[in-house]
Design a protein around this ligand. Sequence first.
Ligand code: NDP
Length: 310
Amino acid sequence: MTLNVQFSDTPKRWTIFEGPLNDAFKAQGLDVDLSTDHAPETVDYVVYSPKGPVQDFTPYTNCKAVMSLWAGVEKVVGNDTITQPLTRMVDDGLSEGMREWVTGHVLRHHLDTDLDVNRAPGDWTPHMPPLASERGVTILGLGELGQACAETLLPLGFPITGWSRTQKDIEGITCLSGDDGLIEALKRAEILVLLLPDTPATTNIINPETLALLPDDAVIINPGRGPLIDDDALLAALDLGKIKHATLDVFRVEPLPEDHPYWHHDRVTVTPHIAAETRPTTSARVIAENIRRGEAGEPFLYLADRDQGY
Ligand code: NDP
């Protein structure tokens, strides 16, 4: 039986995902008609992006699962028209991308490489950063991506503290949870990495009170989501010199408007939501595996928890 899979993302993404998805379906032995314009009632699975045309799933009466191409599902997890299982993206390409982006920015701030990049001709002033073992890194969010980053930073010597909703036990990492755990995690955060999802419980988790707990001259790196940060509070902390630098990849409004103060602040680095892209080849394998599972009556991988919102 041929399965109808609806691809719902931008036309540009269709051009780069169509081939890898079809290859992955074949590799799984699945007979799939992948299209952007199936009749809704004939669709077996929807490959979903918040930027795609399908946001009302009411007509998709025979759809067995909605599969997000994004790891963060805040834009879809509350969609009441989805009565089917909703999966999010967890794949090696995303994890590798995030490991590299976070490690690069941690090392930039740890080594203060900006001093050398911007060094004037003839300026021979040396600088000696602490060793990694002397620089505490805290990661808020110890899920797929937070753990991948922790595993990469740990062998470099950084003492890693992680904070999550449920208590974890990961070798080499100080794992904390709960309100007291957050306080302790922030106190240790000379470099703070935000890899929490955007949920009602995490909105503005970086606010005047939590910023005050950070060591002086702390650096904040946010590849998580924009609403994790109270922007006015962060800008005030930067202006006061409490926070040395913020590297921000995600924002409440994207693209970040040109007149936003973040673009114009000397100690803010803006990147355009590029920390980790969903890569066609690796993510296609995850989608195909999940469709295989759906057809075999096996549990789907990476189900979003609608009660928790991620
Ligand atoms: P996961 O769901 O695997 O991990 C989320 C982590 O956050 C978990 O450790 C979870 O705790 C923790 N968490 C959630 N809510 C709370 C809370 N209220 N208090 C404390 N901890 C909490 O997600 P991923 O690691 O795959 O992705 C993380 C986020 O990264 C995504 O939601 C997305 O927003 C962002 N992202 C950004 C990208 C970019 O390019 N900038 C690309 C991909 C993702 P527990 O382990 O107990 O469940």
